[in-house]
Ligand binder design. Structure first.
Ligand code: PLP
Length: 378
């Protein structure tokens, strides 16, 4: 009888969250404004013949490398950051090796490390999700092969001082230090300058977040030339599609688009956090395009009522009572806060956390004026 590898048996299937069908999706840390108009124009200009050809990755790697400030030989473009993480797992993990993760964090590290046959060593974040530097260093053993560091971290938004990452890389020279900078553009702190200098440091980036190109699937893995050259041997040659490779130059050249979006997200994030705290919900300062918020005992009812109103937030059962909220436009967040205030009032007055009639959202039964005030642009 055909049997899958044993290490796959205790991994659960990953399904995209329910909220994907919601009108306002604030559960995936996507750019709710879309991609740059220059990217869209390039995509629309593509012809049938171009799409019939296999996509050469190298010109794209030159563009991405220049954007990231490293040489083309230091970079592999990947099918999203997920594939970059997978490449490192498959490249360095033998069955029985250890990887270190710092939960709560991005779920795919554990999935991909386990799929490669590794044991996952969890070193939990400290109070207020502070990165446990000393504990991570103490957890390093001769079996440690990868240490996953997310900077800033998803879902907490906490940033790690880059000097602490240097300390870890120096203390664990037989391990790959995978620094996931998926949210780099919102934070500005990077380990990219150590790529090639510290041979065991890899940096992962994505075009899914600040660039608004999650649907096009593009990530990048940067590392020392020696290691990247080894990983190229196992990377499928046509892993990145023609459409995104054609659009990449436009994406990195439209710096104003990214700068404007990052500025808006930062301002709206601060406003949202302040409003949430005024409602009595604790939040943690975030360096990403999202905020972790503790809704407390009524979390499930609030999530379901919001879902009924067409808004999805991400439940984070690994952070008790908490949800992760992607920061949308100011108008979108005003709408979410309006709904949250309504729900909060109902909970407080009627002790009815899941009312039969959800508060009027964009398509609820509010007056036309109220609807107009809370209309969500798709
Ligand atoms: C920390 C982190 N790394 C990687 C990814 C995956 O990004 P991509 O869409 O490029 O696969 C995400 C997506 O949410 C993320 O939050």
């Amino acid at each position: 009888m055909l049997k899958p590898r044993k290490c796959l048996l205790d991994i659960r299937e990953y399904h995209s969250p329910l909220g994907s069908a919601a009108k306002l999706r604030l559960d995936m840390n996507e750019n709710t404004t879309g991609c740059s108009p220059r990217v869209l124009a390039k995509l629309q200009s593509m012809d049938a013949k171009k799409l019939a050809l296999y996509p050469p990755r190298e010109p794209g790697e030159q563009v991405a490398a220049a954007y990231m400030g490293v040489g083309p030989a230091n970079v592999i473009l990947t099918n999203g950051a997920d594939e970059a993480i997978d490449l490192v797992c498959r490249g360095y993990l033998e069955p029985g090796d250890d990887v270190i993760i710092v939960p709560p964090t991005f779920a795919m590290y554990e999935v991909l490390a386990k799929a490669a046959g590794a044991n996952v060593v969890r070193v939990p974040a400290g109070e207020d999700w502070v990165f446990p530097l000393e504990e991570v260093i103490q957890a390093v053993t001769p079996r440690t092969r990868i240490i996953f560091i997310t900077n800033p971290n998803n879902p907490t938004g906490v940033a790690i001082n880059r000097f602490n990452i240097v300390k870890i890389a120096a203390a664990a020279q037989d391990a790959a230090i995978l620094v996931d900078e998926a949210y780099f553009e919102f934070c500005g702190q990077s380990m990219m300058d150590q790529v090639g200098k510290m041979k065991n440091v890899f940096v992962v980036r994505t075009f899914s977040k600040a660039f608004g190109m999650a649907g096009m699937r593009l990530g990048a893995l940067a590392g020392s030339i020696e290691h990247i050259s080894v990983l190229r041997r196992m990377c499928p040659p046509f892993n990145v599609n023609t459409c995104v490779l054609e659009c990449l130059k436009e994406a990195v050249m439209d710096r104003q688009f990214v700068a404007d979006y990052v500025k808006q997200v930062r301002e709206t994030r601060d406003w949202t956090q302040q409003q949430l705290e005024e409602l009595g919900f604790k939040c943690w300062p975030s360096h990403g395009n999202f905020v972790l918020c503790r809704l407390g005992d009524h979390k499930q009812a609030i999530l379901e009522t919001l879902q009924d109103c067409g808004v999805s937030l991400r439940d984070r059962p690994d952070c008790p009572g908490c949800v992760r909220i992607t920061i949308g436009t100011q108008k979108e967040m005003e709408h979410v806060l309006y709904l949250l205030k309504e729900i909060n009032t109902r909970i407080a007055t009627a002790n009815d956390p899941a009312p039969e009639n959800p508060p009027a959202g964009p398509e609820g039964e509010a007056s036309p004026e109220a609807q107009a005030a809370h209309e969500i642009k798709p």
